[in-house]
Structures are given as C-alpha cells and as structure tokens.
Design a protein around this ligand. Sequence first.
Ligand SMILES: [Zn+2]
Length: 69
Amino acid sequence: MIMEIKCNYCNYEWKYKGMREYYAQCPNCRCNVRIYWSEEQLELIREIKKEKERGVGNEQVNNIDEGEV
Ligand SMILES: [Zn+2]
C-alpha cells in the first residue's frame, strides 16, 4: 500500500510503502506519524495480513514490503 504522508514534526513528506495500520516512521526525524488510510485500504491491509498469517504461498502476498519506511 502506498500513501503520501507528511510528518507533523519536521514537515517532511514521503511516500509510505508498507502495511502498518496506524503509524509510520518518519525517515527524516524517526518519529511516529499517524497514517490516515481509507476504510477500504484498511480492509485490504487486514485482508493481506490475514492471508500472510495463514501462510498462503502467494507470491504477491509474500513480496509485500513491511519495512519501517
Ligand atoms: Zn519527521
């Protein structure tokens, strides 16, 4: 999932590419920034995480980047 995020603390803007539901870490000042996903995006994230937990050997699911940034 990709979301443009602006840090409240240092005003740094970046494209978040990850699967966290609530907070992303600002690459500039390392603070946690709230992510405002839409309901649809949140649903999708939870769905993908569930698939992952079930260990579905789907390449698309396995390749999702769960990095900090
Ligand atoms: Zn920041």
